[in-house]
Design a protein around this ligand. Structure first.
Ligand SMILES: Nc1nc2c(ncn2[C@@H]2O[C@@H]3COP(=O)(O)O[C@H]4[C@@H](O)[C@H](n5cnc6c(=O)[nH]c(N)nc65)O[C@@H]4COP(=O)(O)O[C@H]3[C@H]2O)c(=O)[nH]1
Length: 882
């Protein structure tokens, strides 16, 4: 019996082995595994039933209760169901009296096993020995209870002999089988977990591109994991088992050994960068070591993770090279100045082109402030504001043309672009990229200059001339002053060009340009129209057209005279003349074209008239000018030929007694007869002939006065002499007069110099000093035409005058015009208050005389008392008066 039970236990062990093996075999297909497990459990039951403990025929005992309950507990419904079906089939096939109870036992054990399984699944029951033992005891007690349904004979024997051994054998068997199956179950779970971990690890190591090595303390390759062999010194299978010294150069192997030692000693991760000759060539790696934590083959070991960084290193090196290239490019690129500045303007970068452009070396510039370096003072506030805005907002200053300054202070034109760069970890910077455009600017200036100036003579060209004339036409109308346009053309210029070539021709034109410029004032324009044609624009001439024409003619004559002077051209002396056409601008009527055409036509008239001359466009003007020119010549001749004489107009006192005379010049023209001063004095003043004429008058008058000195009849007579402004303002006027006084022996106390108010307009101080100098020698002064000019009373007070003359204009209408009468009265009163004598001129009627007399005037001159008389007539008049 015991032997039978041991056989049963052996069957149980076989069951465990077969069940474990089956599950492992079918782990990929768990359902199939369960079916086979069911067959195994069922098979063991059937085998057990075939070698049972036979109590009596038809009543058998075997280990099916243990097997089926464990099939339920560890196999689940499918396994237990198959096993129970097979066991039931086997039992029915064996038959006998105990068959029914046997089937019930099969059902009971299977069911209780499944119940236990459910309790375990819900966490209520475990599979530890005690629980299994309680389960086994309950199960087999229940089975013995079922045995009570057997025939009474069998029941009796069971209860007496078998029940107790049954309980004592099968309960522990249940525990043992449960523990064994539980162990199988656990081992399978561990195996599954390990398989999962290994699969994950494998997947991970396959996924990472790095090389993973396990090296022991001796430097032996324990494990080599690499996605491919290209990163290894030899293929993985070859490496495993070899030592570092076997596959690496000694020096490198030793370096890794030291790393392994350090890692194991410190227990810390270590990093290394190295280069290695691999199966795919020389590669660079970044490696990390980590202690493995467990021993391998009795040795401590490290995990070594190596990453191929060849590409990264190549990229880094390419980047470094590229940066180096760009830096070198920026540094050395000619003509493009690059400068870097920090927020406060401190210079952080300065390339070679900046050195050349601005004159500061990089050493001088870096660290200095932008504003102090190249920004002209007037621009500094603007630049500061722009920079602040850019650094605050990141908005770049727009590119544009600027005028900056070099180290030596000279200006430089640049086209400046700006960039705002912020590199993480560095302060933001402004980069300026400046291109020198001074050359372009100069070219533009040159082009602008050439557009308006003649390249050969540097004179304004036709375009600028037209421009200026247009302005003159617009503005001149307002001023009322006259503008004259002179068209100057060289005579025979073409011959010079043809005979001596254009170069010599150019020399002549340059010389002519210079001479023309020297003839005119700053405000006038000399332009070259092209070829040998020049135009001179004279502005601010007299508002009186004939006078302006005379001024234009005078300048034209001067130009002709200048251009007549010999020319020294390329070693030869040449003589040229010019023809000039003149027109006066009529601001209301003319256009620029019209004006130039007129001057051009006048110039051709000058050519027709034999060249070396000037002609006016306007025939009337021409005639007037001709007349003046003729008169001027005649005036000149008249002086030489003594055609002038003095008349003497008596000046009388309140009693009508002659007290003196005013000397009045006359021109005894051989053809025109006696010419009055109004016709020739202005011309004499313009032409300068007034100086010799005035000198003659002064000498003649003084000589006459000296003669009168000798005669008691005339010795008391004073003599008034007219002095023109131009004459009076000569530097040596005082010396001239005093010399004449000395030479003639005239009495200065009897001499009165008559000055006009116009003299006082600009020259009060020098007039006063001249007057004082003469007065110091006894000469007296009378202010002529008083009241017609604009002399201020304050001047009047300062002038060392003796007499004021009331102008004949006031005297004439003194009885008709209340205001003239008032002026005359005021002048008399004024003279009285200033302590001056007063003389009225132009007194023609006794009514004039009476009025003036009544208002206190004591001296008179006028037709009422005598016209200007020849010397003889004047002297006989004085005699008659006596
Ligand atoms: N209607 C009218 N006229 C009278 C009467 N009494 C005198 N006159 C004129 O008035 C002018 C007076 O001379 P003035 O005011 O010095 O004005 C002078 C003077 O400014 C200038 N002048 C004359 N002789 C000389 C001279 O020798 N040298 C300079 N620089 N200027 C002279 O020429 C001006 C004109 O001289 P004249 O033609 O000689 O004209 C003279 C004289 O003939 C009168 O009752 N009725």
């Amino acid at each position: 019996m015991f032997i039978e039970l041991v056989k049963g236990v052996a069957l149980l062990l076989a069951l465990c082995f077969l069940h474990g093996f089956n599950i492992r075999v079918w782990r990929q297909h768990p359902w199939v595994g369960q079916v086979f497990s069911g067959l195994i459990f069922g098979g063991i039951c059937v085998v057990g039933m075939l070698t049972p403990v036979v109590l009596m025929p038809g009543v058998i005992f075997d280990a099916r209760s243990v097997v089926l309950s464990m099939a339920g507990l560890f196999g689940g419904p499918l396994v237990a169901g198959i096993a129970a079906l097979m066991a039931a089939t086997g039992r029915l096939w064996l038959g006998g009296a105990g068959a029914e109870v046997g089937l019930m036992v099969i059902g009971l054990c299977t069911a209780l096993g499944l119940v236990y399984r459910e309790g375990r699944a819900r966490g209520r029951l475990g599979v530890e020995p005690v629980t299994l033992a309680v389960f086994g005891l309950l199960l087999h007690t229940a089975v013995i209870a079922l045995f009570q349904l057997l025939p009474s004979e069998a029941v009796q024997r069971i209860n007496q002999t078998l029940a107790l051994p049954y309980l004592l054998t099968f309960t522990p068997a249940t525990v043992v089988l449960g523990l064994l199956l539980h162990d199988v179950e656990q081992r399978m779970a561990t195996e599954r977990a390990l398989t999962g971990t290994a699969a994950r690890l494998h997947a991970i190591t396959q996924a990472i591109p790095d090389v993973l090595l396990v090296l022991d303390a001796q430097g032996r390759y324990v494990e080599v994991l690499s996605p491919n062999d290209s990163a290894l010194v030899a293929s993985a299978p070859v490496l495993v088992g070899q030592r570092l010294h076997d596959v690496l150069p000694a020096e490198q192997a030793e370096r890794f050994m030291a790393l392994i030692r350090d890692t194991l000693q410190s227990g810390q991760t270590h990093s290394v960068e190295y280069e290695m000759q691999t199966l795919s060539g020389l590669r660079q790696f970044e490696g990390r070591t980590q202690p493995l934590g467990v021993q391998v083959g009795g040795q401590a070991a490290v995990v070594f993770l190596a990453r191929d960084i060849t590409k990264r290193k190549q990229a880094e090196s390419a980047l470094r090279e590229s940066e180096l290239r760009f830096r070198s490019l920026l540094r050395n690129i000619p003509s493009i100045s690059v400068q870097g500045y920090l927020q406060d303007g401190t210079t952080s970068y300065w390339n070679q082109a900046s050195e050349q452009l601005y004159g500061y070396t990089a050493e001088e510039a870096i660290g200095a402030n932008l504003l102090d370096l190249i920004i002209p003072p007037p621009m500094r506030n603007d630049v500061r504001a722009h920079m602040q805005h850019m650094f605050a907002t990141g908005e770049v200053i727009p590119a544009g043309e600027l005028q900056l300054q070099r180290k030596d202070g000279t200006p430089v034109h640049v086209f400046s672009s700006h960039a705002y760069i912020q590199v993480p970890g560095h302060p933001p910077e402004m980069f300026c990229i400046d291109i020198d455009i001074s050359g372009r600017k100069a070219a533009e200036d040159e082009a602008r200059y050439l557009a308006f100036y003649d390249a050969l003579t540097q004179l304004p060209n036709r375009r600028l001339l037209v421009d200026r004339l247009q302005q003159v036409l617009v503005n001149g109308a307002r001023s009322g002053l006259t503008t004259a346009v002179l068209f100057v053309d060289l005579d025979n210029f073409k011959t010079l060009n043809d005979t001596r070539g254009h170069e010599v021709g150019d020399l002549l034109l340059k010389d002519v340009a210079q001479r023309l410029r020297s003839c005119v004032r700053e405000q006038d324009t000399v332009a070259r129209l092209g070829g040998d044609e020049f135009v001179v624009v004279l502005q601010n001439l007299s508002s009186d057209a004939p006078e302006a024409a005379a001024q234009a003619r005078a300048l034209g004559e001067l130009i002709l005279a200048q251009l007549r002077q010999p020319y020294e051209l390329a070693g030869h002396e040449h003589h040229f003349t010019a023809s000039i056409g003149v027109t006066l601008l009529n601001h209301q009527r003319d256009s620029v074209d019209e004006v130039l055409k007129q001057a051009d036509m006048a110039m051709y008239r000058a050519k027709d008239a034999g060249r070396n001359t000037l002609r006016f466009f306007d025939p009337d003007m021409q005639q007037a000018v001709n007349r003046r020119a003729l008169l001027e010549t005649e005036l000149h001749n008249g002086l030489r030929r003594a055609q002038f004489l003095l008349l003497y107009q008596p000046q009388v006192d309140s009693q009508g007694r002659v007290t003196g005379a005013e000397a009045l010049v006359r021109w005894q023209h051989p053809v025109q007869g006696m010419v009055p001063p109004s016709e020739f004095i202005p011309l004499a003043e313009e032409s300068g002939l007034i100086l010799p004429l005035g000198q003659w008058v002064m000498e003649t008058a003084l000589r006459q006065q000296a003669r009168w000195q000798q005669d008691p009849l005339f010795a008391h007579l004073s003599l008034a002499i007219n002095v023109s402004a131009r004459q009076f303002l000569q530097d040596d006027f005082v010396a001239q007069v005093l010399a004449l006084v000395r030479q003639t022996g005239a009495n200065p106390a009897q001499i009165k110099l008559e000055l006009t108010e116009s003299l006082l307009l600009d020259n009060v101080d020098s007039v006063i000093s001249t007057m004082r100098a003469l007065k110091a020698h006894g000469l007296g002064f009378s202010l002529d035409d008083f009241g017609t000019g604009y002399s201020s009373l304050s001047y009047l007070k300062r002038l060392p005058l003796d007499q004021i003359k009331i102008d004949q204009g006031f005297v004439r209408d003194v009885l008709l015009d209340a205001s003239d009468a008032a002026i005359a009265r005021s002048i008399i009163a004024l003279a009285g208050s200033l302590g001056l004598s007063v003389i009225a001129e132009g007194v023609e009627t006794t009514a004039h005389h009476q009025f003036l007399l009544a208002h206190g005037c004591q001296a008179f001159q006028g037709y009422l008392f005598g016209r200007p008389l020849t010397l003889e007539d004047f002297e006989s008049r004085v005699r008659q008066g006596e």
